[in-house]
Design a protein around this ligand. Structure first.
Ligand SMILES: [Zn+2]
Length: 342
């Protein structure tokens, strides 16, 4: 049985989680679609839901050429096969090889893979290697061993891949940032006392109503130093971004993030939410290509060390209410208000 109201809501959201659970028949055009079809939505009165393509065809409808509703199962199998191959292969397999394995054309397979995972196969392979390298490092392996283990052919390839993404150099990921200096300051803002901290690579922490002891909890092995003159300009930019959240300058502030490849994707997606807009965890998960990942997205949101600059305050509850915030809902509400009236 299909719940008509739920099905129509899924169609209106273009919710990929419902692909394969029913098809949307459109009586006026004579075609049927996946719930997530990107084509313009039909009028509700012309829509009938069917459990699958077969029953839609029995009612005289044809499959949509754009979303290929009968390929849902085949697409899933193809993506799983490709992920298997990427995980197993010594060197990242080319798109042509993956297309051949799955029986799709390279361009079509690229589209199918990206729809399912949010990444191209090449980016997926890169993220997987980084993830493995970081896991091996935090498990205490030697850096060089971890690099080869993760499938990099040489240490220099690893540093090339991660440069500008990790912020910290590879050795620092071992042992909680040991040997690194984190420069901090507490600055009065109109939202309260702001703790801001940075390494040579960029801002690594921004929080409210916290002090050095909270910083020590976040970076247990780093050397904490009160910030000197050399961080004044950077911290002035950060303060401006807090007073006027959503300014274009936000993107130019360098960040030194500490997280897995998946967490970084979530944080990137947060930074892509336009100022003045909000999203639910579910919507964010869907934007990342995996509507079922909303709990994992919530976890990544909670692991964010850099408030405002990675705007986790733009995530609200699914029912449109404000939802929670690590530093209190009053600060969250104020940030959103400032972005809206900008
Ligand atoms: Zn369609």
């Amino acid at each position: 049985m299909i719940d008509q109201g739920q099905a129509w809501q899924a169609v209106k959201r273009r919710d990929r989680a419902f692909d394969g659970r029913f098809v949307t028949g459109v009586l006026s055009t004579g075609i049927y679609c996946r719930p997530s079809c990107a084509a313009r939505h039909p009028l509700r009165e012309n829509v009938r839901f069917f459990v699958d393509g077969e029953s839609a065809r029995a009612a005289g409808l044809r499959p949509c050429k754009r979303c290929l509703p009968d390929d849902v199962g085949r697409d899933e199998a193809a993506v799983m096969a490709a992920i298997d191959e990427i995980r197993r292969a010594e060197d990242a397999p080319t798109l042509a090889v993956l297309a051949q394995i799955t029986g799709y054309s390279p361009t079509h397979f690229q589209k199918v893979f990206k729809r399912a995972t949010g990444l191209s196969p090449a980016a997926y392979a890169r993220a997987l290697r980084e993830e493995r390298a970081r896991e091996a490092l935090s498990a205490g392996d030697s850096v060089t061993g971890a690099i080869y283990e993760a499938g990099y052919s040489s240490p220099s390839r690893f540093y090339d891949d991660t440069k500008g993404k990790l912020g910290m150099t590879a050795s620092d990921w071992k042992d909680g940032g040991k040997g690194r200096s984190v420069h901090w300051s507490v600055i009065d803002t109109s939202l309260g006392a702001m703790l801001v901290a940075a390494t040579e690579q960029g801002v690594c922490c921004l929080s409210f109503n916290e002090d050095e002891s909270d910083l020590a909890r976040r970076f247990p092995k780093a050397e904490l130093v009160e910030a000197g003159e050399e961080f004044r300009d950077l911290f002035r930019q950060v303060t401006a971004a807090v007073e006027n959240p959503g300014q274009a300058t936000l993107a130019s502030i360098p960040l030194d993030v500490k997280g897995t490849a998946f967490q970084q994707r979530v944080w990137q997606a947060l930074r892509e939410i336009p100022a003045g807009e909000t999203r639910s965890y579910g919507e964010l998960a869907a934007a990342l290509g995996n509507p079922k990942a909303s709990r994992a997205v919530g976890g990544a949101n909670g692991a964010n060390n850099i408030a405002v600059l990675i705007p986790c305050h733009r995530v609200i509850a699914a029912d449109g209410s404000l939802g929670g915030y690590a530093y209190g809902t009053q600060i969250k509400a104020e940030l959103l208000e400032r972005e809206k009236s900008r």
